[in-house]
Design a protein around this ligand. Structure first.
Ligand code: SF4
Ligand code: FES
Length: 247
């Protein structure tokens, strides 16, 4: 395949960025999107040019590192997948593909396509711990949990903290991410002790990081590679209201 790539290049956090055209020739439809960028980078390095900086780690949809906006869509055109799971057969010979970093004030660009997502780490840290008894593994039936509750907590735990929900949201809201974490911990009996303190601390931290509010657009749910539902946001809002009324 022959492709025309338009890739965001930005030498550093305070430098001015711009889209640069890169022709990519002889691209196999069987390679992944990130492997295609590897091929482009090999060509740039051979010519003595600066390689395009982008993040990745697991390359199998687990770590949440690959933060690319492809043709305007965080993680690209396929639903329920990360960009590292996207393959070049999804595109046609001759296509123009625009590749940009996440765009949000709370995720500043480090270089090219790499953004600093440490704001998410600080939100998780603000959420704090869960009080559980350490020691030997408890008996499997010692804490009965209804199946629907266990499944809802499990689905929420699937969030990989990638930040696509923020990148897709016109408000750059972190609500889907936070609601996944809050549902994951707050639904289970083990997470009850700190349940109300947690939701207030995480939302306050998100506000101080510069994330916006939720206006129920649903863009976050549409791009989430783990298909976290926005019903979690409604649960988080209820938790927050209950927490503030208890003060
Ligand atoms: S909610 Fe979805 S899009 Fe947002 S950080 Fe978690 S996995 Fe990524
Ligand atoms: S590189 Fe780990 S999820 Fe994409």
């Amino acid at each position: 395949m022959k492709l025309n790539l338009k890739i965001w290049r930005q030498p550093g956090p305070t430098a001015r960025g711009r889209l640069v055209d890169y022709p990519a020739n002889d691209i196999s439809p069987d390679i992944s999107f990130l492997e295609m960028l590897d091929v482009v980078n090999e060509g740039l390095v051979k010519k003595g040019e600066d390689a395009i900086a982008f993040d990745s780690d697991c390359r199998e949809g687990i770590c949440g590192m690959c933060s690319l906006v492809v043709n305007g869509i965080p993680h690209g055109p396929d639903r329920g997948t990360t960009v590292c799971q996207l393959h070049m057969r999804r595109f046609k010979d001759g296509d123009t593909i625009t590749i940009e970093p996440w765009r949000a004030r709370a995720f500043p660009v480090v270089k090219d396509l790499v953004v600093d997502r440490s704001a998410f780490d600080r939100i998780i840290a603000a959420g704090g711990y869960v009080s559980i008894n350490v020691g030997g593994a408890p008996d499997g039936n010692a804490i009965p949990i209804p199946k629907d509750v266990a499944e809802a907590a499990m689905y929420s735990a699937a969030c990989i903290a990638c930040g696509a929900c923020v990148a897709a949201c016109k408000n750059a809201s972190a609500h889907l991410f936070m609601s996944a974490k809050i549902s994951h911990l707050g639904l289970l009996p083990q997470g009850q002790q700190e349940r109300f303190r947690r939701v207030v601390a995480m939302i306050n931290q998100a506000d101080s990081e510069g994330f916006g509010s939720c206006s129920n657009e649903g863009e976050c749910e549409a791009v989430c590679p783990k298909e976290i539902p926005i019903s979690n946001i409604a649960r988080m809002t209820r938790e927050y209201v209950k927490a503030t009324m208890r003060r």
